[in-house]
Ligand binder design. Structure first.
Ligand code: SF4
Length: 421
């Protein structure tokens, strides 16, 4: 067993402990069916893929439910289950069109939707010419996670973040870790009623310094995210967003006024990759990053390095140059390790040397904070002061060993370290 595997085992066990400690969150949940309740992942309690296929074969259903309950799938509004109305509120960004059609303007897809139909993300519905979100206050998963798991490395290190997600996503990445919730409709997963004030009070109760909108794609539960951020701020809890960044300019600007930090999964520096692997577009994500900078938003970038698909020297250098030109050197960049899953099982995990090569390229371009991710125990997890080169935050996985930053300054040379401390 390598040092990395050994450390990963320790980190997994720490997260299992944190998960157990937050287990009394079940006071807001209806009873679960027996399942993988001890799993550390956000989809804890889900059926595994084999059980999922078995269940769907047994019951003739279209999908499994992340929290372990199987329900019949029927997206028809007429068949909405009792109590579903409390999850429905009018969407914030759309235009009315003739013949009761609407155009959703929340993300660059700009879906045009007929009456009684839904957009691509499956969680927004046209009812008689008015557009609604179906997932307000409707999380299908929740956890108290270390903020390093998001990962945010320059936001309140060593604290917990109350993490929530609803069903749905506006892209379909072939490597998605959480496809069981991101690629489903709200009726296909077991959800709970957790209004924004409850989110904020649970965050306080479990000593989380922030609320994280994460796991699936928070842009599709935009209205719930904004309201929860407001409720969080009323009780001094920050809000951090983990997103693919595929959002239109106006809603993004409004979001920047309501949350404290955004981590963008920049999946590649190639339009072709975005088309083939993500089912999205690169340019709107780059434009969004520039908007975040203009709005003064604290932003970190994660780049999942997928062997043979987005790991060439040319692409990595192009990405690093773009970041330096448009965002500057202080945006942290995390090169994280891919593991085969979902629709990309034919590729091996990213070799550590590839991640080190990506880091070396970004370092050489002048980016100050470049990390190697998903390799616990690697020195590329630490934060180094760009002034004196000393380690100012030492990490192993999600654990912080030492912090040498006071009032945002390096303890050794007093240089400013960018971030929210
Ligand atoms: S948010 Fe959903 S409905 Fe709106 S444009 Fe994007 S994918 Fe379409």
């Amino acid at each position: 067993m390598s040092v990395y595997d050994d450390q990963k085992k320790k980190d997994d066990s720490r997260v299992r402990r944190l998960t157990r400690e937050s287990r009394d969150l079940v006071d807001v949940l209806p009873p679960r069916v027996p399942g993988n309740l001890d799993a550390a992942a956000p989809w804890a309690g889900m059926l595994d893929r084999r059980s999922f296929l078995k269940s769907t074969a047994l019951f003739g259903l279209a999908a499994a439910c992340p929290l372990g309950v199987i329900e019949a799938t029927n997206p028809s509004p007429a068949a909405a289950s009792e109590g579903e109305e409390r999850f429905i509120s009018e969407a914030l960004y759309y235009e009315k069109l003739p013949h009761k059609k609407i155009r959703c303007t929340l993300c660059p897809r700009e879906c045009v939707i007929d009456d009684a139909e839904r957009g691509y993300c499956g969680v927004r519905e046209n009812r008689d010419g008015t557009y609604y979100t179906l997932v307000h206050s409707r999380p299908c998963t929740y956890h108290a996670d270390p903020i390093e798991k998001k990962p945010f490395f320059h936001v309140l290190p060593g604290t917990l973040s109350f993490s929530i997600a609803t069903a749905g996503c506006n892209v379909n990445c072939k490597f998605c870790q959480n496809w069981e919730i991101s690629q489903t409709r709200p009726e296909q997963v077991r959800s709970i009623y957790m209004p924004p004030k409850k989110v904020a009070s649970l965050a306080r109760k479990y000593e989380c310094h922030s609320i994280a909108y994460t796991y699936s794609e928070p842009i599709v539960f935009y209205e719930y995210m904004l309201d929860s951020a407001e409720a969080g701020h009323e009780v001094d809890v920050l809000s951090v967003v983990v997103t693919g960044g595929y959002i239109s300019k106006d809603p993004l600007k409004e979001l920047c006024g309501k949350v404290d930090a955004i981590k963008v999964d920049l999946k590649s520096y190639s339009e072709q990759y975005y088309r083939d692997v993500v089912s999205g577009e690169l340019q709107p994500v780059l434009d969004g990053l520039v908007t975040m900078r203009e709005e003064g938003m604290w932003t970190e970038i994660v780049y999942l390095v997928v062997p043979t698909l987005n790991d060439s020297d040319e692409e990595l250098a192009g990405l690093a140059r773009w970041i330096m030109s448009y965002l500057g050197p202080d945006v942290p960049v995390h090169f994280t390790r891919f593991h085969p899953q979902y629709l990309l099982k034919n590729l091996p995990p990213t070799p550590v040397e590839t991640l080190e090569r990506a880091k070396a390229i970004a370092d050489a371009e002048g980016i100050h904070y470049v990390y190697v991710g998903n390799v616990p125990g690697h020195p590329g997890e630490d934060t180094y002061c760009p002034g004196c080169g000393r380690v100012v935050i030492e990490r192993v996985g999600y654990r912080i060993n030492e912090i040498h930053i006071k009032d945002g300054l390096c303890d050794f040379c007093r240089r400013q370290i960018a971030g929210i401390w």
